[in-house]
Design a protein around this ligand. Structure first.
Ligand code: PEP
Ligand code: MN
Length: 374
């Protein structure tokens, strides 16, 4: 490819050193955090999880390129301040997406890495702007961009004077509908062939579902990616953006544990989750957080259970077959997560009994037209 004067070629792999964090070296770099910064507390919690997982970069969008004009568009400059503060306080770098000249200026001034999103991969004026800055750029592959077009986009940035481009494969649009996009694993190997630039993978936007993220992450590392960009939210159910594809904190820690031996098998390194420097106090703090989430979710479940009463006759409140089906499914899930199936069985026994009792009470009290009001 003759046009890839700077991005192409078989010369030695480019190593990009961002304040001591090296992209394109032996170490696998984990970048993670919420899709969008939503509050100071949310991004702070995320930062602490990313740090514990051995991550080096905190991600968080503050200018969000949303498909719908009515969706949450990001917190803007105040969100950027929250992101930068959380990253600094946890000794992490941070990356955020720029969508136009004004946001590029702000992000270049405050963040460590500028992200150019999939939707802007061929926004040539934005690429040239990024090329004039002295900041590393994370360049995502467009939803319908060929590898050549993607590398030409990198060429735009480099030709304008900025050699520090990190490529990011994030899935492309294909005929397949079972995932949000199709992660193009072969693109990693193709980029390796055609370019010397570091390449990382965002499995979250490719998969669109958190369940698939660990497998795709490992596959990406296996295929030669230099790092991962993963969406993780302290409470995905409450996320304003991309909650379904965001890992829960525990899931990020589990993935981090799996990455260390995988990296080693590939003659690379991954620091793994933070050494056990945790204190009793910090563990109890985390347990308190989890407990609040558990109670909030039990409340949600009970609310739904109450509404189910509207659809049942008073003598048919208990549905043994349904309970059995739920238990089997959840016990299988517990086993997948390495958690006690016995405990799940016990907890759900209590949950079912309480639900049935509540429904019968509602029926007997004549609340057949219950609508959800407390
Ligand atoms: C993102 O990473 O926040 C994002 C919007 O991703 P993409 O540009 O890949 O869709
Ligand atoms: Mn997202």
């Amino acid at each position: 490819m003759n046009n890839l004067k700077l991005a192409g070629g078989k010369r030695e792999k480019t190593v990009i050193d961002v304040k001591g964090t090296v992209f394109g070296g032996r170490e696998i770099i984990l970048m993670a955090g919420p899709c969008a910064v939503e509050s100071r507390q949310q991004v702070w919690q995320a930062a602490s999880e990313v740090k514990n997982a051995g991550g080096k970069v905190l991600r968080g969008g503050v200018f969000k390129p949303r498909s719908s004009p009515y969706s949450f568009q990001g917190l803007g400059p105040i969100g950027l301040d929250y992101l930068v503060e959380a990253a600094r306080e946890h000794d992490l770098l941070c990356v955020s997406e720029a969508i136009d000249e004004a946001s590029m200026e702000l992000i270049a001034a405050k963040a460590d890495i500028i992200q150019i999103g999939a939707r802007n991969m061929q926004n040539f004026s934005l690429l040239k702007l990024a090329g004039r800055l002295d900041k590393p750029v994370l360049l995502k592959r467009g939803l319908a961009g060929t590898v050549e077009e993607w590398l030409l986009a990198a060429e735009y940035i480099m030709a304008a004077g900025n050699p520090r481009v990190i490529l990011c494969e994030r899935g492309i649009r294909t005929f397949e509908t079972s995932t949000r996009s199709t992660l193009d694993l072969s693109a990693i190997a193709v980029v390796r062939e055609l370019s010397h630039l570091p390449v990382i993978v965002d499995p979250s936007h490719a998969a669109g579902r958190r369940e698939l993220v660990p497998a795709l992450s490992k596959a990406a590392i296996g295929a030669g990616a230099d790092g991962l960009l993963i969406e993780m939210h302290p409470e995905p159910e409450a996320a304003r953006c991309d909650g379904i594809q965001s890992l829960r904190p525990g899931e990020l820690q589990r993935l981090a544990r799996d990455l260390a031996p995988l990296a080693a098998a590939l003659a690379r390194t991954y620091p793994g989750p933070a050494a056990e420097a945790e204190s009793l106090e910090s563990l109890r703090g985390q347990i308190d957080q989890v407990d609040r989430q558990i109670v909030a979710m039990i409340a949600d479940r009970l609310e739904l259970v109450k509404r189910v009463a509207n659809h049942k006759q008073v003598d048919k409140v208990r549905d043994g077959a349904r309970e059995k089906e739920i238990l089997e499914r959840l016990m299988a899930y517990a086993s997948e997560l390495g958690c006690s199936e016995e405990m799940v069985k016990d907890v759900y026994g209590v949950m079912f009994d309480y639900g049935v009792r509540t429904q019968i009470e509602r029926k007997l009290a004549g609340c057949t037209a219950y609508t959800g009001a407390k």
